[in-house]
Ligand binder design. Structure first.
Ligand SMILES: [Mg+2]
Length: 372
């Protein structure tokens, strides 16, 4: 009898279909940071079906990641037990070895892993945060935008708007023209007032000496977080800046850490005061949780990068979680393409515990016009 029951469970948990698609969404206006400019963002969505449930996951990547999932990863999952996520994700990571467990291949694995967690929670009829177990009830977020191609007026309007909404921390981009940065940060400070926490992200645009100069000048304007002052590939440079920046200036990085070894290297190098991770790049919900636990072991605060709706439930499961990035462009795309996206309330995202999984439903019909 018990064998029969287990066989039925195994059969309903068997993965029947894996399908990825890519959607290119034009930016509201062209956007730029210290080292890149863009006019659109591509979301790669993967749907995994087992029994009567379908789980969804996504990454912000090249559309090639959708092709990679369909041609290289889908067959590895079909007929497998959807509930055994560590086994499935390890199978995928082993199989991408010759493509590198980083970059595009890891973004594809990340989307699949997230879809598996969404699927498992749906099969068990639980919100994902309840399946993972909660350390927190709410996810604090900071408003993130302030692109380097914004006019002074637009910069002030966006950051000041978040502050007026009760989002008490905001982040702006710098580094495209270092000569202008102090004046831009001063304008942002004027817009958000003295009580709002102000972060700066240079996206690796500065030299080490420039970064030390900016860290001191930004600190005088009450900035408490300097993200990627130099490239994240330069761990010695990050450490050098971290050790010499003003006491209140926290160095943040981690958005390009693709796997657990990358996070360990950053922590061992003493490169950061705040470790960031992006579940759409570092191995999905599984990789994000592992990075969060590693960060807890290092005694540092942990922060999510971009994709706020995707990180919500996993962030709630982590005692070390500090704040999540409410990135302007991704928040806009998530609102457009998914039902179930919670707006920030008093600077926090809260899960809808009546919805299973990530709580998100993809709006296929609305998204059709963006399909690549
Ligand atoms: Mg960044």
């Amino acid at each position: 009898m018990k064998d029969q029951q287990e066989a039925v469970i195994r059969d309903t948990a068997r993965i029947r279909q894996v399908k990825a698609r890519a959607y290119r969404v034009p930016a509201e206006t062209p956007e730029a940071d210290g080292t890149l400019e863009w006019e659109s963002t591509t979301l790669v969505l993967v749907e995994i079906q087992a029994g009567s449930c379908t789980g969804i996951g996504y990454t912000y990547s090249s559309s090639a990641a959708a092709g990679f999932i369909n041609s290289e990863l889908a067959d590895l999952l079909l007929t497998q037990d959807a509930l055994q996520i560590p086994h499935l994700t390890q199978t995928l990571i082993r199989n991408i070895r010759n493509n590198g467990n980083c970059g595009l291949a890891m973004m594809a694995v990340s989307a699949v892993d997230t879809a598996l967690w969404d699927l498992k929670a749906r099969m068990l009829e639980l919100p994902l945060c309840r399946l993972l177990g909660q350390a927190k009830d709410a996810m604090p977020v900071y408003g993130s935008g302030g692109f380097t191609d914004y006019t002074r007026g637009r910069l002030q309007e966006q950051l000041g708007g978040w502050a007026a909404q009760g989002i008490s921390s905001v982040k702006m981009k710098t580094g495209a023209d270092p000569e202008l940065d102090v004046a831009r940060v001063r304008a942002a400070r004027e817009a958000v007032g003295p009580a709002t926490v102000l972060f700066v992200d240079a996206n690796g645009a500065y030299t080490v000496k420039q970064a030390l100069d900016k860290a001191a000048r930004f600190a005088a304007l009450g900035v408490t977080w300097l993200e990627e002052p130099v490239s994240s590939d330069n761990l010695e440079g990050l450490r050098f800046i971290r050790e010499r920046a003003p006491a209140g200036m926290n160095i943040a990085a981690g958005e390009y850490a693709w796997n657990l070894a990358c996070f360990r290297s950053m922590l061992q190098a003493g490169a950061v005061d705040v470790l960031q991770a992006d579940a759409t790049r570092c191995g999905g919900i599984s990789g994000f949780l592992k990075a969060g636990h590693l960060c807890e072991a290092a005694g540092l605060p942990f922060s999510s990068h971009c994709a706020p709706a995707l990180h919500l439930h996993a962030a709630l499961a982590l005692p070390s979680f500090f704040t999540g990035e409410y990135f302007y462009d991704h928040a806009r795309i998530e609102r457009m393409l998914f039902d179930g996206v919670s707006p920030p309330r008093q600077g926090c995202l809260l899960p809808d515990l009546d919805r299973p999984g990530l709580g998100l439903t993809f709006k296929h019909r609305d998204a059709e016009k963006f399909l690549i």
